[in-house]
Design a protein around this ligand. Structure first.
Ligand code: AVJ
Length: 326
């Protein structure tokens, strides 16, 4: 079978390949690069470092929620169920779920970080000998061809999706709805989706999470320009750009940008891109939700919102969604 995740079409330049998307994004009146391209090998390592920062609460808090309630989240998941994960990264959170659902025997992680998938597969295979791991190196928001042996192994299994980390926040509301709908179709009638969603809160707390004291998020953001230099023979002078993270309370999103410190020109693949002093490249949006806002968004994509787990400070939420039987 082929999966049907083909409805999410971010407004950002994404999906035509790194070179084409970069040239498109830098040619727009409001320069923009897709956050998808943060994740080359260097970016994956930097992101992993972000998840361990004191200022970056989402990973720590979501991990605690999974450790406390993971068993309930997967209750009824039998041996025959298959677990899909969208944006699996290191699969460390998944490991918490797998420990609590010893009967789960098939795991299909989807991620753009091929190196992270390899490491995760090796670690999980050693730890859960009965588990079949079928990694898919792809952007889960685009149509993904399931490997033939995975498709065969899926026949007759109930499907459970795991979409942690508030990755859903990288999609604008309309795109998020399309993505949730596509996931519902992939997981099928009676399928379940466990999705982690960062909550609206005090702006200072949000800004600190995206502007950490150690500067790792700044390095993560700037790595996008370094990657353009490495892979596209770009001529960005990294010292000419600064990291910016703001919270737009009305839109309910953190916005990250790279701001030009001076007037300058960067040549990429033989094309010149001029920057005025203070001109920004928009690199990421991270939408935040109230619990009921997310439930409404899920309903809009045809899901039945179910249980919700949060931490005592109401920083982060994990939602259970169920696909109607018909
Ligand atoms: C991977 C999208 C969940 O939005 O918190 C972290 C990415 N960007 N710090 C997030 C990110 C800057 C992260 N997500």
């Amino acid at each position: 079978m082929t999966n049907e995740i083909d409805r999410a079409r971010p407004a950002e330049p994404r999906g035509r390949g790194f070179a084409a998307d970069v040239l498109d994004g830098l040619s727009r009146p409001e320069k923009r690069l897709s956050c998808l391209y943060f994740y080359d090998a260097v970016g994956c390592d930097l992101f992993d470092e972000i998840t361990r920062l004191p200022d970056y609460y989402p990973t720590r808090v979501e991990t605690d929620i999974l450790a406390s309630h993971g068993e309930e989240m997967l209750d009824g998941a039998s041996e025959e169920a298959a677990l899909f994960e969208f944006g699996s990264g290191s699969s460390r959170k998944t490991e918490i779920l797998l420990e609590r659902a010893p009967l789960l025997s098939l795991y299909a992680p989807i991620d753009v970080c091929a190196s992270a998938l390899d490491n995760a597969r090796a670690r999980l295979a050693a730890r859960f000998p009965h588990l079949r791991v079928s990694p898919i190196a792809a952007d889960f928001s685009r149509p993904v061809a399931l490997p033939r042996d995975l498709a065969e192994d899926l026949a007759g299994r109930r499907r459970i999706g795991f979409f942690p980390g508030s990755t859903i926040g990288n999609f604008a509301p309309e795109e998020a709805r399309g993505l949730l709908l596509a996931m519902r179709l992939l997981l099928g009638p009676g399928g379940r989706l466990i999705v982690g969603v960062d909550l609206k809160k005090e702006p200072s707390r949000l800004i600190a999470a995206y502007n950490d004291a150690r500067g790792v998020t700044a390095a993560f953001n700037l790595n996008l320009l370094a990657r353009i230099n490495r892979e596209l023979g770009g001529g960005f002078d990294l010292s000419g750009f600064g990291h910016q993270a703001i919270y737009d309370e009305r839109a309910g999103r953190v916005e990250m940008r790279l701001v030009s410190r001076r007037r300058q020109t960067a040549t990429i693949a033989g094309r010149d891109f001029a920057f005025s002093r203070g001109e920004a490249i928009h690199t990421e949006d991270c939408y935040k939700y109230a619990v009921d806002e997310f439930r409404a968004a899920a309903s809009g994509a045809g899901w039945l919102p179910g249980r919700v787990w949060t931490d005592a400070e109401a920083l982060f939420s994990v939602h259970e969604l169920t696909a109607p039987l018909q």
